[in-house]
Design a protein around this ligand. Structure first.
Ligand code: SF4
Ligand SMILES: [Zn+2]
Length: 272
């Protein structure tokens, strides 16, 4: 599969990015975000990298160093947000407190924290678009996980583009790899010999997402694509009937679907 061509087509079909946009790419240091930054730069978009130092031990240190070298090599600016400066704690501490107090699993806490930091910093950097490396497998996992949790409405914002000027306070998030299988991105990153870590996050174990991901390894790319495209057909009507009004979080002033945003509901436990 030619994933550069597929990215181009997804961008065109869903009108994801304009050549004049200030494009901020959320970098984790893994194959997906590194590859999408590389491809968008190659296609002539004005990109910059945005990364969070999560303080996940050596794993974070290696990722940070790799991304500094990678962006320098491409001549692309990179901002690394220090989570300890931002929230006073690294992600391991935040996760252990939330596990004890709220029984929230690692990836849920980490996901909410990352989304909050990325949105805030993308706006600071004047982003027209915030690109993430989410791929077809991630999207299929989301659809299934929401279904298994008995709440398909959690996927109401699933699409190659979410947020935007019509949703005040959210940097528009776009996912050019929305229809690209993870296995193809892995092949691409290996062929390009990107100097990155291919290991999975050391904290991603025993969570619902990991169990769903393991099960998904047993189904074909075609079945994953069917899950995602069939769900996409339902998204407009789900959105019409269930869109919640966006307001300003009374604590952090970031956008929220309730008076206190999910991130602040978490942060209150680490600020005590
Ligand atoms: S795998 Fe889970 S814990 Fe690791 S960085 Fe991603 S969301 Fe955070
Ligand atoms: Zn808040």
């Amino acid at each position: 599969m030619d994933i550069e061509k597929q990215v181009k087509e997804t961008i065109q079909k869903y009108n994801l990015i304009k050549k004049t946009d200030n494009v901020v790419v959320a970098l984790s240091g893994g194959k997906d975000s590194t590859s999408i930054l590389y491809i968008l730069h190659k296609l002539g978009y004005k990109v910059q990298g945005l990364m969070i130092d999560l303080y996940l031990g050596n794993w974070s240190k290696i990722h940070n160093e790799n991304m500094k070298q990678f962006c320098k090599g491409l001549g692309v600016p990179l901002t690394i947000v220090d989570l300890k400066k931002e929230l006073g704690q690294g992600i391991c501490f935040i996760k252990s407190v939330l596990k004890k107090q709220k029984n929230l699993t690692g990836c849920t806490v980490c996901g909410i924290t990352k989304r909050w930091v990325l949105n805030k910093w993308a706006k600071k950097l004047g982003a027209d678009k915030l690109v993430t490396g989410h791929n077809l497998d991630d999207e299929a996992q989301n659809v299934l996980m929401n279904f298994l949790k008995g709440n398909v409405l959690l996927g109401v914002n699933s699409s190659p583009a979410t947020g935007g000027k019509e949703v005040k306070g959210f940097a528009q998030r776009v996912k050019p790899f929305f229809f690209t299988p993870e296995s193809e991105i892995l092949k691409y990153a290996k062929n390009k010999k990107f100097k990155i870590l291919f290991d999975k996050c050391p904290c991603a174990f025993g969570t619902y997402r990991v169990e769903t991901r393991d099960w998904m390894d047993s189904i074909s790319e075609k079945e994953k694509k069917d899950i995602v495209t069939n769900f996409q057909k339902r998204v407009p009507s789900l959105r019409r009937d269930n869109q919640k009004k966006i307001m300003e979080c009374t604590v952090c002033k970031e956008p929220s679907r309730s008076t206190i945003c999910n991130a602040c509901k978490i942060f209150v436990h680490i600020r005590r």
